[in-house]
Design a protein around this ligand. Structure first.
Ligand SMILES: Cc1cc2nc3c(=O)[nH]c(=O)nc-3n(C[C@H](O)[C@H](O)[C@H](O)COP(=O)(O)O)c2cc1C
Length: 217
């Protein structure tokens, strides 16, 4: 057996002490259960508990995924922000369906959110942009996200120019920055159990109300 395979087999996926998921008393709205689990992840000290995997599909059906941070859950859904000229935004322009995956290992929990992503109002995108730290705003102004780069120096020079732009004009907004909301039609909560009696509770939107039921783990 290779050393790597041996190492991988020896790693436990979850700690011994896990919360018990009282699924029968789960709230009617998946967003409420999600907010509770996210708060517990924050309280448990899970690093970057707001980090999530966003999966999209390219026009030819190839699937791509990357990590983003969750910005909010509002009346539309699970909100993230990115550039309009990024590959993910192009994917969503061609096929709005997306999936978000959260994993909070210390609690043995995974949440999967699926639905169509819709671009937020311009005012929301501008508000989100201006709430970002100065260096993040500057990085956005650099642009070219995901395009080939010839050297780190080229990027650093462009970033330096963008930092001075932001310093000179702190209220300047990048019109290419947008928020998006994944309007969930399915949300699945997965709770690990030490004795492998894992629980999966799936919410499905039927018309305007959510139905929920267990899935075989
Ligand atoms: C922890 C973490 C958080 C990130 N948050 C964001 C984000 O909120 N928005 C964003 O555009 N990219 C974010 N990124 C970078 C993306 O993962 C990705 O590299 C970038 O958006 C380009 O993706 P694309 O080529 O699929 O469009 C984050 C990366 C990490 C590791």
């Amino acid at each position: 057996m290779s050393h790597l395979r041996e190492t991988l087999r020896s790693i436990p996926s979850f700690p011994a002490d896990l919360p018990v998921f009282d699924w029968e008393r789960a709230p009617e709205q998946p967003a409420d259960l999600f907010a509770g689990w996210l708060t517990e992840a924050v309280d448990a000290g899970v690093p970057a508990p707001h980090a999530m995997t966003l999966s999209t599909s390219e026009p030819d059906g190839r699937v791509t995924a990357r990590t983003l941070v969750l910005k909010d859950i509002d009346e539309h859904g699970w909100v993230f922000a990115s550039r309009d000229d990024s590959p993910k935004a192009r994917d969503l322009g061609a096929n709005p369906f997306a999936a978000l995956t959260f994993f909070w290992p210390q609690l043995g929990r995974q949440v999967r959110v699926t639905g169509a992503a819709r671009k937020g109002a311009r005012a929301d995108s501008e508000e989100d942009f201006l709430a970002r730290p100065e260096t993040s705003r500057a990085a956005a102004f650099v642009g070219h996200q995901s395009e080939p780069l010839d050297s780190p120096e080229t990027y650093r020079d462009a970033l330096e120019d963008a930092v001075s732009l932001v310093t000179r004009d702190p209220s300047r907004v990048d019109r290419n920055w947008s928020t998006w909301a994944v309007i969930a039609d399915e949300v699945e909560f997965w709770q690990a159990s030490r004795d492998r009696g894992h629980l999966r509770l799936k919410y499905r939107l039927h018309g305007r109300s959510w139905e929920r039921g267990l899935l075989w783990p």
